[in-house]
Structures are given as structure tokens and as C-alpha cells.
Design a protein around this ligand. Structure first.
Ligand code: SF4
Length: 370
């Protein structure tokens, strides 16, 4: 997987100018880049400039109010890129206020981000993609059917975030890497994007309000645990029965359930808090008492928190949403194990914006052809 991943990692910045984008940088990154180019920069200059561009959201370097020499601005202008992803389509689901953005990179790659309304009125989270397509082929996911086209670069993820933040008057308080792609398959770029989003000179999002999901890549979970990041890791379990999980999540062929459980155990011990486990609820598949019994056997006493997400209905793959009775029974069974849980609402389903529906399609084009 590593070799294939490296082949799909763009070697050079994918920006219009070919220069690295400011949107993927923290002050120390900008400083290192400028010094490597022979510019005698200082870290305080880099902080001020990035605060203007990223935290304040103003790409016009001439509009910087903070004291910065003209020669420094010129050097940054010459040696970096500040273009955003192009917004190809913006579709709002009037039923729930979710908004899906179809975004185009300079190389033509299409990706998606989703604006998620939070409970507190007027505040938002953003669901970000980490790859164009995905290699993991989860059986209930439209993205998986695309295959992996390429990894996204950090600036592309941050640019998607800025697009959403711009139209919410800055009231974006969280970000989740749960759009197209398996975030830990693009580990370094996702961690760098999360660092930029949480930086005081960057997105200014509390690190604990940034969630990174994984379908269960064990080596990367272990690396993440060892590195001790403050972002929240969400590990997709979806079945506690090894054979069923292997049919739903083909990645389980490489990293079987036993190893995932062990990695969860290690993460829970290191994080000294509850580890979040995601469960895509598939009606009639993984919502029965056999799953509750398997959970009890494998996770008794482990500090978990459950995120239960309904698979979306009317699917070409034959999966269906659990009925209210099925869901209630399953959730009662999990609650009896003293595992706290949240039922995550996956909105935007009328506009193909919900979990497992991101496939870089234009809604209008799509709607016209179906
Ligand atoms: S659910 Fe996530 S990891 Fe699985 S195929 Fe879809 S995008 Fe990839």
C-alpha cells in the first residue's frame, strides 16, 4: 500500500503557478521555504503574514495592516501561491441546511466538501475530503466505487475549509476529515492540514474539534497514537464480527478485526479518554443482537464512545437504513454495555451530500440523467 500511496502522491505542488501554496503552511513551514529560497525571513514576519491570509482570510498581501516590509511581501508573492480551489457547484439541501461544494483543483481533479449546521444556530462544521476517490472500497460507499485517483495536498483541504468559512462569517468551529478518501492513507498531508486548521495563524479551530476518521489502517493508527496528536481519531468499526466486517470493509483483509481492536485498545490507553468508534448502521446487517454480543466480548471495560451513523436509503448497493425499531434495539443493546453513544445525523442526502454519497458528481447533471 505504501508504494502505491507514494505513486499517487503528487511530487510537485499542484497549484496554478507551481509554487507551494500558503494555505498549506504554518509559520515555520513558510520560514523554511523562504530561507531555502535565499530570503532572509524571520518567524514573526511569517506569523503576521499567515495571520492575514489564513486567520483573517485576506489573500491581498497589499492589504496587510500588520507591519511587514514591502520586500518581504514581494518575496512571498513571488515564491508562493494563494489561489483557491474553484467552486464548480454549490448545492444546499433545503431540508436540513447541509451544503455540498464541488471543487476543482488546478489539475482538473474534482473533490467535495460539506457544510454541516451544528446544534447551536449559526455555527458550522466542515466535512473535508482527503483524497480524490478512495482505495478502500467499503461496500456501502459511493466514493469507494471511484477508486483512488490521487491524494489531496494540505493546501487543497485548507482551501476547501476556507471556502466554507468565507460564507459563514467565520463561524466554523469544527472540521471532520470524513469526505472523500481514507484520511490515514494520506497521513502526512492530513496531519499537516489539521495543524494548519488549528494554528493560531491558521484556521483557529480548537484541535479537539478536528476529527480524523479511519476505516482501520492499523500501522497508521499506531503511528497516530505514538505521535500523540490532540485531534480526535474516529475508528470505523461497523461490525464486531470479523467475517462480517471483512465483507463490508475489504481493508479488513489486510488488517483483521483482532488487530484493529488491539490498536483501539492501545489508543484508548494512550489517549486516557474515550476512543471514538464509528458504526455505519446497515438495516438488517449489523444491527442485531449478535453484534451486541460481539461488542460485549471484545470491548468489555474499554473506554469507548460510539458514533452511530445511518447508512442512506435508496442505495444502488442494496443496503438500507435500519428501521426505527431495529435502531432502537441496537442502541439499547449498546447502552446496556455502558458505552456512551451519539447518533450522528448525516444530512444532505437529498443532494448526495451525506456520508457515503460523495462521488464528485454534479447534482444538476446527475439529477437530469436519473
Ligand atoms: S467509507 Fe471512507 S474509507 Fe470507505 S470507501 Fe468510503 S471514503 Fe473510502
Amino acid at each position: 500500500m505504501t508504494n502505491r500511496a507514494e505513486q499517487l502522491r503528487p511530487a510537485a505542488p499542484i497549484t496554478g503557478s507551481g509554487a507551494p501554496s500558503l494555505f498549506g503552511m504554518r509559520p515555520q513551514d513558510l520560514l523554511a521555504h523562504l530561507l531555502a529560497e535565499g530570503v532572509p525571513a524571520r518567524i514573526d514576519q511569517c506569523r503576521r503574514l499567515l495571520a492575514h491570509v489564513l486567520a483573517d482570510g485576506n489573500s491581498d498581501l497589499d492589504a496587510i495592516q500588520r507591519p511587514l516590509s514591502r520586500s518581504f511581501r514581494r518575496d512571498v508573492d513571488r515564491l508562493t501561491d494563494r489561489a483557491r480551489l474553484e467552486v464548480v457547484e454549490r448545492i444546499e439541501d433545503p431540508a436540513d441546511g447541509f451544503v455540498k461544494y464541488l471543487l476543482r483543483s488546478p489539475d482538473g481533479a474534482l473533490t467535495e466538501a460539506v457544510r454541516i449546521p451544528l446544534e447551536k444556530p449559526g455555527s458550522w462544521s466542515v466535512c473535508l475530503s482527503s483524497q480524490v476517490g478512495c482505495a478502500m472500497q467499503c461496500t456501502f460507499c459511493a466514493t469507494g466505487r471511484l477508486g483512488l485517483v490521487r491524494h489531496l495536498q494540505p493546501w487543497e483541504m485548507v482551501s476547501a475549509f476556507l471556502t466554507v468559512r468565507d460564507e459563514t462569517e467565520g463561524r466554523v468551529t469544527g472540521a471532520v476529515f470524513m469526505g472523500q478518501g481514507e484520511p490515514l492513507h494520506n497521513y502526512d498531508a492530513v496531519i499537516q492540514a489539521a495543524r494548519v486548521l488549528s494554528a493560531p495563524c491558521g484556521g483557529r479551530i480548537n484541535a479537539k474539534a478536528i476529527s480524523i476518521s479511519t476505516v482501520g489502517l492499523v500501522p497508521q493508527i499506531r503511528r497516530y497514537t505514538a505521535e500523540g496528536h490532540k485531534f480526535r481519531l474516529i475508528i470505523s468499526l461497523t461490525s464486531a464480527i470479523a467475517s462480517r466486517r471483512a465483507t463490508l470493509l475489504p481493508v479488513a483483509g489486510a488488517w483483521p478485526l483482532d488487530e484493529v481492536v488491539q490498536a483501539i485498545r492501545e489508543h484508548a490507553a494512550a489517549a486516557r479518554g474515550r476512543t471514538t468508534v464509528a458504526w455505519v448502521l446497515l438495516g438488517g446487517v449489523n444491527d442485531g443482537p449478535d453484534e451486541v454480543a460481539a461488542l460485549k466480548e471484545r470491548f468489555a471495560g474499554m473506554p469507548l464512545r460510539f458514533n452511530i451513523i445511518d447508512v442512506n436509503d435508496a442505495r444502488p448497493d442494496g443496503f438500507r437504513t435500519a428501521t426505527d425499531a431495529e435502531r432502537t434495539d441496537f442502541m439499547s443493546g449498546v447502552a446496556a454495555l455502558r458505552i456512551p453513544m451519539v447518533r450522528r445525523y448525516s444530512g444532505g442526502r437529498d443532494r448526495n451530500a451525506a456520508c457515503g454519497m460523495l462521488a464528485a458528481t454534479r447534482y444538476e447533471t446527475d439529477a437530469a440523467t436519473t
